[in-house]
Design a protein around this ligand. Structure first.
Ligand code: IPE
Ligand code: IPE
Ligand code: MG
Length: 243
């Protein structure tokens, strides 16, 4: 389906959509399933959402897959999520590549196993010359951690005499973020019924429009995703100014 068939005005589409894919565990619990089944079901939803983003020619899509706080979960769940990552990358990378997707992982990647890091690196390398949707998977990602890492890099440049403190601007700061050279988040979606940001894209969402739904991520459909995009087109964005 293209934008015309979907009756979407391309002009009013967000450039960058971010999704907090939440509610996998609850989706599974109410069905008497293990939480891991919820995560597997969530991966199926993610595939559909990425397809929609490709069809609509969104510029950037960032999804929250694992936060810097998610290590607090039981070992077995963390292990399962790691296994799911590696399976997802291997299974989906060829199709992503054929869809011209530019894959990127954002977060503190060095804490993943060497094997997963290699898979991430290889998949990103495969797609590095693609020109379609920028697809960022936030893995071991925390907004505060990203800001701290950016600050450390700037501090190193200052101590090396490459940068003066007074020359740090918001634009310079952004060049140290994982999402450098990508547009800010226009639309931030959270599934699963909670109304919080949970340390996601704190800097990039400064002026994001927020969209919350009670639907859990495994139940989130392309139709509901599109309705969020259509709703975004009706928002009155002011960025602090007066219309
Ligand atoms: C989101 O679903 C996926 C990850 C955090 C990895 P949850 O696992 O948080 O699901 P709920 O919130 O417990 O239902
Ligand atoms: C946010 O969901 C992280 C991801 C979706 C990966 P959480 O389930 O970890 O967030 P909290 O704990 O409810 O804030
Ligand atoms: Mg959750």
């Amino acid at each position: 389906m293209n934008n015309e068939e979907l009756k979407i005005d391309s002009e009013k589409l967000p450039r960058h959509v971010a999704i907090i894919m939440d509610g996998n565990g609850r989706w599974a619990s109410v069905r008497g399933l293990l939480r891991s089944a919820g995560h597997s079901a969530g991966v199926k939803t993610l595939k559909k959402i990425l397809t929609t983003a490709v069809n609509l020619k969104l510029e950037a899509l960032t999804v929250y897959a694992f936060s810097t706080e998610n290590w607090k979960r039981p070992h077995a769940e963390v292990d399962f999520l790691m296994h799911l990552f590696s399976e997802y990358i291997e299974r989906e990378k060829a199709e992503m590549h054929s869809n011209n997707v530019q894959l990127k992982f954002i977060g503190r990647l060095e804490e993943f196993s060497a094997g997963i890091q290699k898979q991430m690196y290889d998949a990103v390398e495969l797609m590095k010359n693609n020109t379609g949707v920028k697809f960022n998977i936030a893995a071991n990602y925390g907004g505060q951690d990203e800001i701290v890492r950016a600050t450390q890099n700037l501090a190193k440049k200052i101590s090396a005499g490459e940068l003066q403190p007074e020359n740090i601007t918001a634009e310079i700061f952004e060049t140290e973020l994982d999402t450098k050279s990508q547009p800010p988040v226009d639309l931030l979606i959270r599934t699963g019924g909670d109304y919080r940001i949970s340390n996601f894209l704190l800097w990039q969402s400064a002026y994001a429009e927020l969209w919350f739904t009670d639907t859990t991520f495994p139940e989130f459909t392309q139709e509901e995703f599109i309705s969020a995009l259509v709703d975004f087109g009706k928002r009155d964005r002011k960025f602090g100014a007066i219309k």
